[in-house]
Design a protein around this ligand. Structure first.
Ligand code: PLP
Length: 392
């Protein structure tokens, strides 16, 4: 039987970039003590108190279908949190609850971009951006950024890739995975100006908003004239260590949210009711719980920079947010992929090759700071030794 092109060509003939993660998992299953710095999820797991709220909700009967757009009280809580943090008036009608940020991203692209139209996105990029765009029949257009410029996109580079009415949507992510870049006020002002001038939708992926170590998080939906053309993608995966619970949301104009709710009716059919109750409980704890969950990543960011800075063949790039640090390994003469493969084979340390995040990150590796501090320190010392031996 013939399989539809749509699902056959998601990675455009390349890989999904997760080879190292898969190999590391297999090595671990075979009994090797691999230090896994590939995947971005908190090593602590979901806080017990959130699980307790989930358990209680499930036992008290919250096991049936939920309203498709999300529990009204959860949508209210998300709206209030957004309004508090951004100053933008936000009500439940501006919020659609989804099973995780990835489903929010899918919905946002589906709502903004017809098949054949272009979605511009910034490289290096979260691994799934181009394939999610392709899965909807749209065309991914990557815009490179420069490590020397802190991986901040420039107006010149973005406008150079705009192709008239074919270009519908610009997708950005700050704080950024994989680079840790936190976009400056100036960068956001330029992005907003471009979106208004070229009548583009802006999708702002803010799943790392609670992890900012230097600078400040800006949500472009709050910039002048941007609310009618901006969809914010967010989730509790990183902010509340709830990756497995699959709880995210889209914030945007109410008319769009109504349509995306119809879309959910035909895709996800909503989010597990007891998970939504746990999410509501988690949000009711306010910013102190979020700060507690973010703290280890900030601490490890400083630790990693301390160990790696000054290495003769590794250059640690400034990472102002998120749970990652990027290393420029070009001095070793290896590609990011070869470096990562060798490091796994010789030192049983798994990292992501920069190439997984697009051509702009070639010759780099990304470290997820998702193992406990002593183990991270051990991995970084061994990584430094490995790079020194390569250079020798
Ligand atoms: N956006 C970015 C930038 C991410 O890094 C991730 C996950 O790593 C997601 C979206 C998806 O998050 P979720 O687990 O909520 O689906």
């Amino acid at each position: 039987m013939k399989i539809a092109q749509r699902v056959q060509n998601l990675n455009a003939g390349g890989s999904d970039g997760w080879e190292l993660f898969t190999t590391a998992r297999q090595m671990r299953a075979d009994g090797v003590d691999v230090i896994n710095l590939t995947v971005g999820e908190a090593d602590t797991g979901t806080p017990a108190a959130i699980l307790d709220a989930m358990h209680k909700a499930a036992l008290s009967g919250a096991t049936g279908y939920a309203p498709i757009a999300g529990l009204p009280e959860l949508r209210d809580a998300i709206a209030a949190r957004t309004q508090d943090r951004t100053g933008m008036r936000t009500t439940r009608d501006n919020v659609l609850v989804t099973p995780g940020g990835q489903a929010a991203l899918y919905a946002a692209i589906a709502g903004t971009t017809d098949p054949g139209q272009h979605v511009l996105y910034i490289e290096p990029h979260f691994t799934s951006y181009p394939s999610t765009i392709r899965s909807l029949g749209a065309v991914p257009i990557g815009i490179g950024t420069d490590p020397e410029n802190g991986f901040q996109p420039t107006a010149t580079d973005i406008t150079a890739r705009i192709d008239g009415v074919r270009s519908r949507t610009l997708l950005i992510n700050s704080p950024n995975n994989p680079t840790g870049a936190v976009y400056s006020t100036d960068t956001f002002d330029q992005i907003a100006q471009i979106a208004r001038d070229h009548d583009l939708w802006l999708i702002s992926d803010e799943v790392y908003e609670t992890q900012v170590w230097r600078g400040q998080h800006i949500s472009p939906r709050a910039l002048t004239g941007m609310a009618p053309r901006t969809l914010v993608v967010n989730s509790l995966s990183k902010s509340h260590a709830m990756t497995g619970s699959r709880l995210g949301w889209v914030t945007g104009p109410s008319e769009m949210i109504a349509h995306l709710s119809e879309l959910s009716n035909n895709t996800t059919f909503g989010v597990a009711t007891f998970v939504q109750h746990a999410a509501l409980w988690a949000l009711q704890q306010g910013p102190s719980l979020e700060a507690e969950i973010a703290a280890p990543f900030g601490r490890r960011n400083a630790l990693a920079r301390h160990i790696l800075e000054g290495h003769p063949s590794l250059r640690v790039l400034p990472s102002d947010g998120a749970m990652y640090v990027m290393l420029d390994i070009r001095e070793t003469g290896l590609s990011g992929l070869d470096f990562a493969r060798d490091l796994l084979r010789r030192e049983a340390i798994a990292v992501m090759p920069g190439e997984s995040f697009g051509p702009a990150a070639a010759g780099h590796i990304r470290l997820a700071l998702t193992v406990e501090d002593r183990r991270l320190e051990n991995a970084l010392d061994r990584l430094c030794g490995f790079a020194l031996r390569l250079a020798a």
